[in-house]
Design a protein around this ligand. Structure first.
Ligand code: NDP
Length: 287
């Protein structure tokens, strides 16, 4: 039987509605909207599209949004000074530096991201937030893996006691995904490019998360019948054609549930960013 298709649009809409409702409550309570500042350095066209989408979502939900465009040739010091200003601005609750950075400052990416105050780090990349995720304390969690968990919950797919396998161990997807699944009492294995007998491991998964960056990498023979397959991959294979890490056409005949690409996890990421901005304001107001 063909798998249930988990449409990102449906779940992203729910997450956004929820964020919009909370934003309205915060405006009512504190006389101020949650505020997001996005810094974009240079003219990368893909980054500009992402930043526009974030700005548009904020406007729809009553979240105040400021886009700070800095010239391509900006120095590390100039960028750090801008982050410092935003860290001290009480109307701004979330700060995000759009990646990738131009080449003259790309090597300082960690230093730049770590300059964002942890309580305003709505990407959840700061080591303080990473530590909180690992130890199970409240903090800001990276948007894409957090969105995957929220989608699984909304789809009624249980995690407790299940076998979960994550392919990919990046700091922004694979590792936080591991911690989030573990916190929900799944038994989790993380695979990567050195993993031996990968298909044997993935075939054990009730929940299989693919975050690899290789089109059609996960094939039907790697999937346990009835598994929930979450495809995080976004691979641009032609100017207007995106493909996931999972061979959707084959795997949907074996899986119990599957996310499409495009139209799956990608849509949840911006929705979770909106949730994180609201959460950041709540945490700052309660501190
Ligand atoms: P990275 O390149 O940082 O990580 C890829 C991971 O895949 C690495 O851990 C790597 O292993 C592993 N890998 C590579 N080849 C193999 C292989 N042959 N077998 C097993 N594992 C392998 O990518 P990201 O985590 O940043 O992103 C992954 C994908 O998700 C990309 O397509 C990206 O575009 C997409 N993405 C989508 C988002 C969304 O909003 N939906 C957000 C973020 C990312 P090793 O560590 O050993 O190198």
């Amino acid at each position: 039987m063909a798998a249930r298709i988990l449409e990102g649009k449906v779940y992203a809409q729910k997450l956004k509605e929820d964020a919009g409702k909370k934003a309205a409550e915060l405006r009512e309570k504190y006389g101020m909207a949650p505020g997001l500042a996005v810094i974009i350095v240079g003219e990368n066209p893909a980054s500009q599209v992402y930043v526009r989408n974030k700005h548009k979502s904020c406007e729809e939900l009553g979240i105040s949004s400021e886009v700070i465009s800095m010239p391509e040739e900006s120095t590390k010091e100039e960028l750090l000074a801008r982050i410092d200003d935003l860290n001290g601005d009480t109307k701004i609750h979330g700060i995000l530096v759009q990646l990738p950075l131009p080449k003259q400052i790309a090597a300082y990416e960690a230093e730049i991201l770590n300059r964002i105050a942890p309580e305003k780090d709505v990407d959840g990349f700061h080591p303080v937030n990473v530590g909180r995720l690992v130890t199970g304390e409240a903090g800001l969690v990276p948007c894409t893996p957090a969105g995957c968990i929220r989608m699984l919950d909304m789809a009624g797919i249980p995690l407790d006691g299940k076998r979960a396998v994550v392919i990919g161990r990046s700091n922004i997807v694979g590792k936080p995904m591991f911690h989030l699944l573990l916190a929900r009492h799944a038994t989790v294995t993380v695979c990567h490019s050195h993993t031996a007998n990968l298909a044997e491991i993935t075939r054990e998964a009730d929940i299989l998360v693919a975050a690899i960056g290789k089109p059609n990498f996960v094939t039907a023979d790697m999937v346990k019948p009835g598994a929930a397959v979450i495809d995080v991959g976004i691979n641009r294979i032609a100017p207007k054609k995106l493909m996931g890490d999972v061979d959707f056409e084959q795997v949907k005949e074996v899986a119990g549930a599957i996310t499409p690409v495009p139209g799956g996890v990608g849509l949840l990421t911006v929705a979770m960013l909106m949730q994180n901005v609201v959460k950041a304001m709540e945490m700052q107001m309660q501190a």
